[in-house]
Design a protein around this ligand. Structure first.
Ligand code: NAD
Length: 259
């Protein structure tokens, strides 16, 4: 963006002609973010492990294609090659929304679950952004890398999720590190840090009435977020509307962290 840019403010949110990769795009927050990007005019590659989820998502997300892959095991070079082929050109934006949870007290926390959580939430986003950044820097193309953090970026929220808390804290540091190295060359990195969002990830927690009431009573807005309320922020970060924002985690939590 420069001072000769005469687009209207709403046009800055458009992603026409941009190519976007969304991991975890099959359902939940990732799917809602993909939906927002597609509605804003982007061509979107949905990356997820589950074929049925992807088929359903492609049916509703505008301008989308499915690229089935497990981000923990896939080679980022072949993943981005597949996304480029499916989208018909170089990728401009990545959204790292794949994730899962494992809850267990620290004394019993299995090392293999520690490794899996770190892998999906931190290592895979690093490796995919690393490869995409290499390509964007080599081509001199601008880019926006959007990560998903958590309240755990700022505080220890609930017990029994040590790996998740560590991984999400790492995501905040990675966003700042990427921003430091690449933002001077047109590649921005930011994150959305959601509070409590109504998805399958949080379903088991909120099916426990006592736990659910305890959490809801601490949210000033008194309700969970909907995935679409994360998606609008991701669209802002992906688009030129946020052209001078980099290295930030944007908290979207109904007031939790400030109360
Ligand atoms: P979800 O379980 O509804 O969706 C997660 C998606 O990631 C699914 O499509 C799943 O198939 C995919 N996925 C999981 N492992 C994968 C892998 N190895 N390879 C490819 N795809 C994989 O969860 P959600 O609530 O939508 O969570 C999305 C992101 O938001 C996660 O990073 C999560 O930690 C984060 N988050 C969620 C909440 C919340 O309250 N729901 C709060 C803070 C952060």
């Amino acid at each position: 963006m420069n001072d000769k840019d005469n687009r209207s403010v709403l046009d800055l949110f458009r992603l026409d002609g941009r190519r976007v990769v969304v991991t975890g795009g099959g359902r939940g927050i990732g799917r809602a973010m993909a939906q927002a990007m597609g509605e804003a005019g982007a061509d979107v590659a949905l990356v997820s492990r589950t074929r049925e989820q992807l088929d359903a998502a492609v049916g509703s997300v505008p301008n989308s294609v499915a690229v089935p892959a497990d981000v923990m095991t896939v080679d980022p070079v072949s993943l981005l090659d597949d996304c480029q082929d499916a989208l018909g050109g170089a990728v401009d934006v990545v959204v790292h929304a794949a994730g899962f949870q494992h809850r267990q007290p620290i004394v019993d926390f299995p090392p293999e679950q520690w490794d899996r959580i770190l892998s999906v939430h931190l290592t895979a986003p690093f490796r995919i952004s690393q490869e995409l950044g290499r390509r964007q820097l080599a081509d001199g193309r601008p880019g926006s890398h959007v990560f998903i953090g958590s309240l755990n970026n700022f505080q220890s929220v609930v017990p029994d999720i040590p790996a998740y808390a560590a991984a999400k804290s790492g995501v905040g540091a990675l966003v700042r590190a990427i921003s430091k190295e690449w933002s001077g060359r047109g590649i921005r990195a930011n994150g959305v840090a959601p509070g409590w969002v109504r998805t399958e990830l949080t379903e088991s927690l909120f099916s426990d009435r006592e736990k659910a009431d305890g959490i809801l009573s601490r949210i000033p807005m008194g309700r969970l977020a909907e995935p679409a309320e994360m998606a609008s922020v991701a669209l802002f970060l992906a688009s030129d509307a946020s052209s001078y924002i980099t290295g930030q985690m944007i908290v979207v939590d109904g007031g939790w962290t400030t109360s």
